[in-house]
Design a protein around this ligand. Structure first.
Ligand code: SER
Length: 876
């Protein structure tokens, strides 16, 4: 059977047992901060097991994309993978052990036709129930073995959550391949047995401290590795011999012109490259981008390992894009996202590879230098500081430093490196203001549950003061003139969150007045109104009238709704790979950060702007709805995958049929027409694969465009032109200016050449060397360099220092002939000293350097400094 046939057989089998087949979830676990990446089929079922979300059916089956980081180093052996597919059937409080065991047996023996005499089962120590059900299948007693927690208790995935005792099915390759020990049985280290299917009897919810509570209803979670089953059914001994990998290997082996199977080292390299290439393809398709932390770092690490192995194969061309291309073709019929994002995946890989090639060259050079130095001092260790600098400043991965160093007989102080990393983390944390721990502490002292937010529907409210803060201290009263934080029982003020800034407005009593200049949020939901008492005083418990600044709020709402329209428009114009990476929604403007590899073209920007404005003109209805998180995601609402969302989330929808649906807690307009108009001010890069758009709406857009028109009028006035004709006029003028400049430069050049000739006779001899130190007529630095080059060519054993004042600033060029460089004369040093005197700086190589200053009155002094340098060196 091919892997496709096995996958289909599995899903059809469980469909026939009334299971609903659900698609694989993303490798990025949605709304699950306990996990870096999806590690099992049960990950998307966790909220169902826990009763947090209602499942679409009580019986589910899937083929899940999984990634496990634990085995990265083992990749290349016959069985370990980072990315794999897990086939699983799940009962959400429906059937339990009896059916799970009976169906697993039926599928394996009847559908896959694995001979019964090859099968064994393991169960948890005291699980007599499972024992009984295995006996019912006809499996003999001696083939049902009991093991403890290490072998037969599964989970939780990621430190907390659903888990339970499990039962595993093993395949027996036969005594002849075993270790021959009398104790040899499933779970033995030798090659005789392999686990093919894990049936987990989900019964507990385990917390972070390891405490287990019984779940209301026992459930089933099973997992069978597709690649392993394929290997087995195809009678192979390594996953790389199955059709899943054979094609990939074949592809790159032809590419590098080396046969697979002829050399252990190159075979291993090819296996690692195709495995990692396949994993990268799936990670990128699900939105993981290379980075220095978390899953971004996992991706980067895989890519770098594969690039190094490619180099080992003698290939300077990318074997990863080759592999990714093949994987996409091979798997896109199962995982549509590969087809949708194909080009994007290849581009990400290519860019990251190019970047790494550069890092690698620099790092290798530096590391080589370090090892040479160390050897010179008879030391065989690379220090923690050196390794840290390589990694932190030059991006050269510690794994590589360690690998390369050990290959040349050096060790790396890895423990010290970890300490440096920790110090770095502490520094980074200290730099973060309003750290969550601080706010949590504050929250505890306040002992307040949270503020009720009424601001989706109202902007004015009567409420009372729950608490008053001055700095971080709770106080009873605040007086006129004091800056304070007010916490109210309920409030229409929006506290800064999700990129949307806090509201401003007024809080008052008949005798007192507080001006709110910002509203913030102490996690999870205490809203603090920050500002100043401008009249009277406020005490805890008093009733107040509060009112949000309407105009400001509407400006913010226009911008916030526009970010949603913008995201949808970007996806429409640039593709589905666009993911929001951050945003700032203020009253006067907003910015939106997103993943995209190339700068947007003028046409793309214009099109996105047009799409958004078109939706504004259509005056689409904006509505919100509170629905279960799962349902929202299933309906395609856009979420931040890294964030932990509540069970029930607010989905903001625009248009019918839907133009946009996003999980969002912010405040919005009621219909898109209120936005008025939308205008993109800039589009720029903010890092590898990250772009930023800044835009304005409504009043902001009107103001922005108004200012531009005003500028245009001014320009027209300066050019004595009509605004309609200003572009033509400006073009003519600019052509004229350029022409004049060209002529001036040509003239300057001619003069400079003449002057250089006349300077030849001024070359003098000082202490046996030829020296020319001169101030020349104003000319550009390029001309100065040409003059000094031509003069230096005329003399052996010489140095030329020329200075001039160009565009009102001192400029220096120094040239030193190679024989003098050898004697210790340094052009860079001379320029640095001379330029320094005129309030500037400069530098360059020992034979040629240039610099500039600010104070032209110090020029003579600077020249004297040059003379001094020559004398000093001459006499030394
Ligand atoms: N969650 C179990 C595993 O990962 C069974 O699916 O093995």
């Amino acid at each position: 059977m091919t892997s496709d046939e096995i996958r289909t057989a599995f899903l059809e089998f469980f469909e026939s047992k009334e299971h609903k087949v659900v698609p694989s979830s993303s490798l990025i676990p949605h709304g699950d901060p306990t996990l870096l990446l999806t590690t099992a089929g049960m990950v998307q079922m966790k909220p169902y097991f826990l009763g947090e979300t209602v499942s679409p059916a009580l019986r589910l089956a899937s083929s899940q994309k999984c990634f496990r980081t634990t085995d990265i180093e083992l990749v290349g052996d016959p069985t370990h993978l980072t990315f794999f597919e897990m086939l699983g059937n799940f009962s959400i409080g429906d059937y339990f052990k009896k059916e799970a065991i009976a169906w697993a047996w039926e599928f394996v023996t009847e559908r896959l036709e694995i001979p019964r005499e090859r099968l064994w089962a393991t169960i948890f120590l005291d699980d007599d129930e499972a024992f009984q059900h295995w006996r019912e299948t006809g499996l003999s007693e001696e083939r049902i073995l009991r093991f403890g927690e290490a072998e037969n208790f599964w989970g939780p995935a990621g430190g907390s959550g659903p888990c339970g005792p499990c039962s595993e099915i093993f395949y027996d390759f036969g005594e002849e391949v075993g270790c021959g020990e009398s104790s040899c049985a499933p779970n033995c280290d030798c090659a005789r047995f392999t686990e093919i299917w894990n049936l987990v009897f989900i019964q507990f919810d385990q917390d972070k401290d390891g405490n287990r509570t019984l779940l209301p209803k026992p459930s089933i979670d099973t997992g069978m590795g597709l690649e392993r089953m394929t290997t087995l059914l195809q009678g192979k001994t390594s996953i790389y011999e199955t059709e899943l990998f054979a094609l990939l290997i074949d592809n790159i082996s032809r590419f590098v012109g080396k046969n697979y199977g002829s050399n252990d080292e190159t075979d291993q390299a090819m296996r690692v490259i195709v495995e990692h290439g396949r994993a990268l393809t799936f990670l990128i398709a699900d939105g993981v981008m290379p980075g220095n932390e978390g899953r971004g770092y996992v991706l980067r690490r895989l890519l770098r390992r594969a690039v190094l192995y490619s180099r080992g194969l003698g290939s300077d061309r990318s074997l990863l894009t080759e592999t990714a291309g093949t994987v996409i073709g091979q798997m896109e019929h199962v995982y549509l996202e590969l087809a949708q994002r194909g080009d994007f995946i290849l581009k990400v890989i290519q860019l990251e590879e190019d970047g790494f090639a550069e890092t690698l060259n620099t790092g290798l050079e530096l590391l080589g230098g370090l090892m040479e130095q160390a050897a010179g001092k008879n030391v065989d260790t690379i220090s923690a500081e050196e390794a840290f600098k390589l990694s932190d400043t030059y991006g050269f991965p510690i794994e590589l430093t360690s690998e390369i160093a050990s290959g040349r007989g050096f060790s790396v102080d890895l423990a010290g490196f970890e300490r440096e990393m920790e110090k770095q983390r502490v520094r980074a944390k200290a730099a973060q203001k309003f750290a969550p721990s601080e706010s949590a502490a504050l929250n505890n002292t306040l002992d307040i549950k949270g503020t009720i937010f009424t601001g989706y529907t109202s902007l004015k409210e009567k409420t009372s003061i729950l608490s008053l803060l001055v700095g971080n201290d709770s106080v009873g009263t605040v007086e006129m003139g004091q800056e304070a934080g007010l916490i109210l029982v309920d409030t229409p003020f929006y506290g800064e969150m999700g990129g949307q800034v806090g509201d401003i407005g007024e809080i008052s009593t008949p005798a007192a007045h507080f001006s709110v200049i910002d509203t913030i949020r102490i996690p999870p939901d205490i809203i603090v109104h920050r500002g100043r008492v401008t009249k009277g005083s406020f005490s805890v418990g008093v009733e107040v009238e509060v009112e949000v600044d309407r105009e400001n709020r509407f400006d913010i709402a226009r911008n916030h709704t526009a970010t949603h329209l913008l995201q949808a428009a970007l996806r429409q114009v640039l593709g589905e790979h666009i993911q929001q990476k951050g945003s700032l929604v203020a009253a006067d403007r907003f910015r939106f950060d997103f993943s995209h590899l190339a700068a947007m073209t003028k046409e793309e920007i214009a099109e996105v702007q047009w799409v958004v404005n078109d939706r504004v003109r259509q005056n689409l209805a904006v509505s919100d709805e509170d629905i279960p998180y799962r349902k929202a995601i299933e309906e395609g609402a856009i979420a931040f995958f890294d964030e932990k969302y509540a069970e029930v989330v607010r989905v903001l929808k625009i248009g019918r049929p839907l133009f946009s649906a996003e999980l969002c807690g912010g405040t919005h307009v009621n219909s898109t027409g209120e936005i008025g108009s939308f205008h993109i001010i800039s589009e720029s890069s903010i890092g590898a694969g990250l772009r930023r758009i800044e835009a304005v709406t409504g009043r902001g857009a009107e103001e922005h465009i108004g200012r531009r028109l005003l500028d245009l009028e001014k320009i027209a006035k300066y050019l004595d032109s009509e605004t309609e004709d200003v572009a033509n006029q400006a073009q003519n003028l600019s052509a004229e200016l350029k022409n004049e400049r060209r002529q001036r430069l040509a003239l300057e050049k001619q003069l400079a050449r003449g002057e250089a000739e006349s300077l030849e006779r001024k070359i003098r001899e000082v202490g046996g060397i030829n020296v020319l130190v001169e101030r020349v007529a104003p000319t550009s630095i390029d001309n100065l360099r040409e003059m000094s080059d031509s003069l230096r060519d005329k003399m052996k054993n010489g140095m030329v220092a020329l200075v001039t004042v160009y565009e009102d600033k001192p400029v220096f060029v120094v040239n030193v002939s190679p024989d003098l460089v050898a004697k210790g004369y340094k052009a860079g040093e001379i320029v640095k000293r001379a330029a320094g005197i005129t309030g500037g700086s400069g530098g360059g190589r020992p034979n040629l350097a240039q610099g500039g200053g600010t104070d032209k009155t110090k020029l003579d002094e600077a020249l004297k400094e040059v003379e001094k340098y020559i004398e000093e060196l001459g006499s030394s």
